[in-house]
Write a new protein. Structure first.
Length: 338
C-alpha cells in the first residue's frame, strides 16, 4: 500500500522497440493494465532507456516512444486514473539502477536467459553492457515506486525474481526500504505464441508470425490466414499436439471471453478455413478501433507530449521519497536530487 492512497500499487513497463505493439502485448499485459487502473494506484512506463540496449536510430526511437504512448491511451489507459510516462524523463530510474547494480552479483546477472539469448544472437563484441544490466534497470523501475504487484506476461518472470531478490537483499542489509513486489500473471494469456512457429512466443522479432495492433486489415488477415496449423483437420484445443490450432482458439477465447468448450462445439464438423477467417474477424474487432484511436491521437502530437510531461511529473514526485531513502540508507549525503 502507498501512503497517499489505500489502494495497492502496481507498476509495469513496455519497450518502444517496434513501430507498434502486438496482440501478445495486448492480451498478456495491456488489457490487464486497463482493468487494474480502476482498482490500483497504477504506474505504466514506456521504457525508452531499455530500448537503447540494442541499436536505435534517435529519430525512430523518439517517434516510437510517442506512438507507444498513444497506443497506451488508445487501448484504454486514462491519465486521470493512472500515471503513464516515459522512463527517460524520470532520472531516478537510472540513479537507483546504479545503486542496485552494486548489489547484484556478476554471476547472478550472467544467468538471465534473455541476456544469454540476445547476446548469443548478437555476439559478444556487439552486445552492450547496457544489455547485461537491463534486468537491474527493470528492478529499479519497479522498486522505485514501492509497487506491490507487477502485471506482466510469462516471459518477464525471471527478471521479476531478480527484482524480488534485490529488494530482499537490500532490505536485510540496509533495513526495510523496498516493498517486495508480487508477479501478477494472467495465466491463460500469459504466452500468446507465434502464428508461424507455435513453439515460440509471439514477438516483434518475427513479424510474419506476429499481429501488430497497428497492422492494416489486409496485413493482419494475411498473417492469420497463413497461420501454421496441422494435418488432422479437427478444430480441437490441445496445446501439446495441436499448438497452432490451440493458439487460434486461445485468441478467440481471450478476446470474446468465451469458453474453449463452446468454441469446439461451434467448430465441430467445420474446417481450419472457417477457424482462421473467424479468428481474423475477432482479432480485427479489437485492433481496428485501437488503430483508429491512435491515428486520431497522433494528429495532435503537442497534446500527447503535454500528457507525457504531466505523467513524468507525477512519476518524479512518486519516485523521489524512495530515492531519498535509498541514498540515506546507502550513506550518500542528504538531498540527492541536488
Ligand atoms: P516487452 O516490451 O517485451 O513486453 C511488454 C509486455 O507484454 C508481454 N508480452 C507478452 N504476453 C503474452 N504473450 C506474448 N507473446 C507476449 N510478448 C510480450 C510481456 O510479458 C510484458 O509484460 N522487460 C520488459 C519491459 C520492462 C518492464 C519493467 C516490465 C521494463 N521495466 C518493469 C515490467 C516492470 C519487456 O521487455 O517487455
Amino acid at each position: 500500500m502507498t501512503s497517499s492512497s489505500q489502494k495497492p500499487r502496481i507498476f509495469s513497463g513496455i519497450q518502444p522497440t517496434a513501430d507498434s505493439f502486438h496482440i501478445g502485448n495486448l492480451l498478456g499485459a495491456l488489457r490487464e493494465w486497463v482493468k487494474l487502473q480502476e482498482t490500483h494506484d497504477s504506474f505504466f512506463c514506456v521504457v525508452d532507456q531499455h530500448a537503447i540496449t540494442i541499436d536505435q536510430d534517435p529519430e525512430i526511437l523518439r517517434k516510437r516512444t510517442l506512438v507507444s504512448f498513444a497506443q497506451l491511451l488508445a487501448v484504454g489507459l486514462d491519465p486521470k486514473k493512472c500515471t503513464v510516462f516515459a522512463q527517460s524523463q524520470v532520472a531516478a530510474h537510472s540513479q537507483l539502477s546504479w545503486v542496485l547494480q552494486c548489489q547484484t552479483g556478476f554471476g547472478e546477472a550472467s544467468r538471465m536467459t534473455q541476456f544469454k539469448d540476445k547476446s548469443s544472437k548478437a555476439g559478444n563484441d556487439r552486445s552492450t553492457v547496457g544489455l547485461f544490466t537491463y534486468p537491474i534497470l527493470q528492478a529499479a523501475d519497479i522498486l522505485l515506486y514501492q509497487a506491490n504487484g507487477v502485471p506482466v506476461g510469462e516471459d518477464q518472470r525471471q527478471h521479476l525474481e531478480l527484482t524480488r531478490d534485490l529488494a530482499q537483499r537490500f532490505n536485510s542489509k540496509f533495513g526495510e526500504t523496498f516493498v517486495v513486489p508480487e508477479v501478477l500473471v494472467v495465466k491463460e494469456t500469459s504466452r500468446i505464441v507465434d502464428l508461424q512457429d507455435p513453439s515460440a512466443k509471439m514477438s516483434k522479432s518475427s513479424p510474419s508470425g506476429c499481429v501488430f495492433l497497428l497492422d492494416e486489415n489486409k496485413t493482419a488477415e494475411k498473417k492469420i490466414k497463413s497461420a501454421v496449423t496441422d494435418s488432422d483437420a479437427v478444430v480441437r484445443f490441445d496445446e501439446l499436439n495441436k499448438p497452432g490450432v490451440s493458439n487460434l482458439l486461445a485468441l478467440q477465447k481471450a478476446i470474446n471471453n468465451t469458453s474453449i468448450e463452446s468454441l469446439e462445439s461451434e467448430y465441430s464438423g467445420r474446417g481450419y478455413g472457417d477457424l482462421k477467417k473467424e479468428t481474423f474477424e475477432v482479432v480485427l474487432s479489437v485492433i481496428e478501433p485501437i488503430r483508429t484511436r491512435v491515428n486520431q491521437l497522433l494528429t495532435d502530437p503537442a497534446e500527447l507530449e503535454s500528457l507525457m510531461n504531466k505523467g513524468a511529473q507525477k512519476a518524479r514526485d512518486a519516485a523521489e521519497p524512495t530515492l531519498n531513502l535509498v541514498y540515506d540508507r546507502i550513506g550518500f549525503p542528504a538531498n540527492p536530487q541536488g
